[in-house]
Design a protein around this ligand. Structure first.
Ligand code: SF4
Length: 77
């Protein structure tokens, strides 16, 4: 893909299911309070990171294109 994505987790929404860590172990970590956070604020665009965002049961994960801010997930309606 060649893009860089900004990754954000809304911790007020995250329920700590850990599914994002399972989908993209290099992209997300669970903190001590079982709250997810991105390992780095930006990452290379990757199917695993997109799958993590799509798989989050509460849609806590937002992906945008670094620089332009264009929506990756959730997709712009
Ligand atoms: S999948 Fe969603 S709710 Fe579960 S830990 Fe990750 S961000 Fe939190």
């Amino acid at each position: 893909m060649g893009e860089r994505w900004r990754v954000a987790v809304d911790r007020s929404v995250c329920i700590g299911s850990g599914m994002c860590v399972g989908a993209a172990p290099d992209g997300f970590r669970l903190g001590p309070a079982r709250q997810s956070h991105p390992v780095a604020p930006e990452t290379d665009a990757a199917e695993s990171v997109l799958a993590a965002a799509e798989g989050c049961p509460v849609e806590a994960i937002t992906l945008t294109v670094a620089g332009s801010g264009a929506a990756v997930f959730p997709p712009e309606e």
